[in-house]
Design a protein around this ligand. Structure first.
Ligand code: FAD
Length: 526
């Protein structure tokens, strides 16, 4: 059974029916006996996509009709890989990585749409007075965006959308560069792309796809909830946005599977550092950034002979302001990613060497830790790419953003980093990298940074320039006319097309005429 949809060269999805429909027609004319095709049926969302199935029952496909460029099947049914150049074998991976990079870009866009809706609505919606003593008849109620808790739910997500924008751009550029080098190497016979380089971008795109789509899917749902009861309405646009997006954590590598691909590659750099051999092979790789922390942890532990990962690096922040320093924050993520990776490696080594487990069982036992490694590594990459992207914008003479915008982007990077530390603070405290006091500074700095970002919240989502047509949301309208739009959407409901509504003549009227429900003067029991 095949269940699939097609993605064309521009990343636009085309229904599998494009090729199933001709199959079906042929089937009707008895040209393809044994082939059954159809739509897989209603899904949780993404229903504009006609995902189809095809079932082949004793259907013989001529051997030469198989795509046999890189692998062959002989007359006896034996499968063999064709020997192709190193470059050509890597090109096959490039397509998969490009799709994952595209998914990362889309994660940022979809989350940004949800953020636009919730932020605009939170600026329009007023609820609760400034204080109990204030005269409620004269004072305007507070915008819900001014509640710290609402800011804590929304503003880090806005920061994530900007971070994802820069990371998406960086990985797509890097992949395009690798692709052009691969093409030129296959033409000129020179191998200008190394194996560690391809493996490394595979690890990065795997980890980022997994983490970014998880953040986006959870974030869209958080935005929906942050709209209160109105977020439950179809006309908010959020239920459709969410349920259509929910396929992304599953497709192109399930998010819970991908961390295995990340760790498989990263373990190679741990070995290189451990044996002090071949570290330079990774110079042009993302994972090379981990080397200072890996060296510090591995070599400090070796000197101590403890086999543990405690205390080799510590956070240098000596006051709350230091804790907000972007380089300090980035180093904290690098340390945690490296520490968790080393622990994962040691966990597997101990299981095999000390407890006699098979490599498969040791690998299975380490899966939960691998998910932690992949998340921490992805956070590090995201933050690093964000800062790199901001610095590039600042240096670029052609950039259309000025000093104030660059400062705002740095505030967003700061907020995101602090918020992520706050959310996973155990990972930072566990080996003493952060002290309890520094963890307090992190919490205080999150609150402080929320107040810095708040005045620009609406401008930050408006800057993404999503049209009302694209958002399809009564809550997220550019003009802020939320309440007339909700009422208008409700008026279009079939139940509201007649006055009185359907069911009155058949049921309600009869009950009232029969005396039931007619006011009899009894006291309310409420
Ligand atoms: C809307 C949509 C569109 C799709 N389009 C396409 C398409 O165009 N082309 C295509 O080829 N496919 C497509 N897919 C299929 C998609 O790639 C798979 O659903 C996805 O890879 C997960 O595989 P599975 O469904 O077999 O899940 P399963 O393999 O059954 O996995 C379920 C869970 O089991 C666990 N698990 C399974 N194996 C392991 C393991 N080895 N180690 C650890 N945990 C494990 C994981 O937690 C996983 O989440 C599409 C799916 C959806 C929902």
């Amino acid at each position: 059974m095949v269940i699939a949809n097609l993605i064309d060269g521009d990343g636009i999805q085309r229904g599998v029916h494009n090729f199933l429909v001709p199959l079906r027609c042929m089937q009707t004319h008895k040209l393809l006996t044994g082939v059954t095709t159809g739509d897989i049926g209603p899904k949780i969302g993404y229903n504009v996509m006609d995902n189809g199935y095809a079932r082949f029952d004793h259907v013989e496909i001529p051997r030469r009709h198989m795509a046999m460029r890189f692998a062959t099947v002989d007359e006896q049914g034996k499968y063999a890989k064709k020997h192709v150049s190193d470059a050509a074998s890597k090109i096959a991976y490039i397509t998969m990585m490009q799709v994952r990079a595209h998914i990362c870009v889309e994660a940022g866009k979809n989350l940004a749409m949800a953020c636009t809706i919730v932020t605009r609505y939170s600026a329009v919606r007023r609820q609760g007075f400034q204080s109990a003593e204030t005269d409620s008849s004269t004072t305007e109620e507070r915008q819900i965006l001014d509640y710290t808790q609402q800011q804590h739910r929304i503003l880090p997500l806005i920061a994530a959308t900007y971070c994802f924008f820069f990371t998406g751009k960086i990985i797509q550029t890097r992949l395009a560069d690798i692709e052009s080098r691969l093409v030129s190497s296959s033409q000129h016979g020179k191998n200008v792309v190394t194996k560690p380089e391809v493996a490394d971008i595979h690890a990065s795109t795997s980890g980022l796809k997994s983490y970014m789509t998880t953040v986006a899917a959870n974030g869209i749902e958080d935005c929906r909830k942050a709209c209160g009861g109105h977020g439950f309405l179809q006309c908010s646009g959020l239920p459709e946005l969410l349920t259509t997006y929910l396929q992304s954590p599953t497709v192109e590598g399930d998010n819970h599977m991908l961390p295995q691909q990340v760790v498989k590659v990263l373990l190679k750099i741990v070995q290189a550092v451990q044996h002090q051999n071949g570290v330079s092979d990774f110079v042009s790789c993302d994972s090379y950034h981990l080397v200072p922390s890996l060296q510090s942890i591995i070599h400090t532990d070796a000197r101590r002979g403890s086999g543990k990962t405690a205390g080799s690096e510590t956070c240098p922040a000596s006051c709350e302001k230091d804790m907000q320093d972007l380089d300090t924050l980035c180093c904290a993520f690098r340390h945690v990613a490296a520490r968790l990776l080393i622990e994962c490696s040691r966990q597997m080594q101990t299981a095999i060497v000390k407890h006699g487990k098979t490599p498969d069982d040791a690998w299975n036992d380490a899966l939960v830790q691998m998910a932690r490694v992949s998340r921490a590594y992805s956070q590090f990459l995201l933050l690093n790419n964000f800062l790199h992207g901001i610095n590039q914008e600042e240096r670029d003479a052609k950039s259309c953003i000025g000093v104030a915008e660059v400062a705002m982007l740095r505030d967003l990077a700061r907020l995101l980093a602090l918020y992520w530390i706050e959310s996973e603070v155990g990972d930072f405290l566990q080996d003493g990298y952060l002290s309890a006091r520094q963890a307090d500074w992190v919490r205080a700095s999150v609150l402080h940074t929320l107040t810095v970002v708040r005045p620009n919240a609406v401008a930050l989502v408006d800057a993404r320039d999503f049209s009302d047509f694209r958002l399809k949301s009564a809550l997220g309208r550019y003009d802020g006319n939320v309440y007339p739009a909700i009422l208008e959407a409700a008026r279009r409901d079939p139940l509201n097309q007649t006055e009185p509504g359907p069911g009155y003549e058949e049921h309600l009227k009869r009950l009232i005429v029969g005396g039931v429900g007619v006011y009899t003067g009894t006291a309310s029991r409420l």
